[in-house]
Ligand binder design. Structure first.
Ligand code: FES
Length: 180
């Protein structure tokens, strides 16, 4: 093989090495750059504080508690069904609602609503809650976690992006006193 004029084998290998190292450096720099720019890019994505729609308020008849779901605002497109999070909506009357996290305040199992007894029951260790989410019996030390909500254009919106911390004695937003 004839080398280009003025270039030694050593020069060529050196240039190939520089290009190769540059490529590796660029690949390694991608996550660092993404981390540095994350406050900017995160600002464009919906976050914990986003109001999430639970659907039309007509879906929740007064006096009933119904299952609803929202899309986790921190989800990635590839999360699929796992980003759909269930919650319980209690329509008291008029514009008075309660939106409960589905997770038991003990260790986080999904609680079920039993309209026959007007109780939420946890299948894991027998935790029971009254219809207003307050603790009735069992191992949970507090009532169900409750999300803030608002009604806008006939739709029920909630700030449910922040996941509850089972076992915590404080409400998600500190607005709900611990239920004994
Ligand atoms: Fe519900 Fe333990 S997780 S009672």
């Amino acid at each position: 093989m004839t080398l280009p004029r003025g270039l030694s084998r050593r020069d060529i290998l050196l240039k190939i090495g520089i290009v190769f190292n540059g490529l590796v450096g660029a690949v390694l720099a991608i996550p660092i750059v993404r981390y540095i720019l994350s406050p900017v890019t995160r600002g464009r994505r919906p976050g914990y504080e986003t109001w999430l729609s639970l659907g039309s308020i007509d879906q929740f008849p007064a006096g009933q508690t119904r299952l609803a779901s929202y899309r986790n605002p921190m989800a990635n497109p590839w999360d699929g069904e796992t980003a759909n999070v269930a919650c319980w909506v209690r329509h008291i009357d008029g514009e008075s609602f309660q939106v409960f996290a589905i997770n038991c305040a003990h260790l986080g199992c999904p609680v079920r609503w039993f309209p026959q007894s007007s109780l939420f029951m946890c299948p894991c260790h027998g935790g029971v809650y009254y219809s207003d989410g307050s603790r009735a019996s069992g191992p949970p030390e507090r009532g169900l976690f409750e999300y803030t909500f608002k009604i806008e254009n006939g739709r029920l919106l909630t700030k449910a992006g922040e996941m509850p911390t089972p076992g915590s004695s404080a409400g998600i937003y500190g607005t709900r006193p611990p239920c004994a």
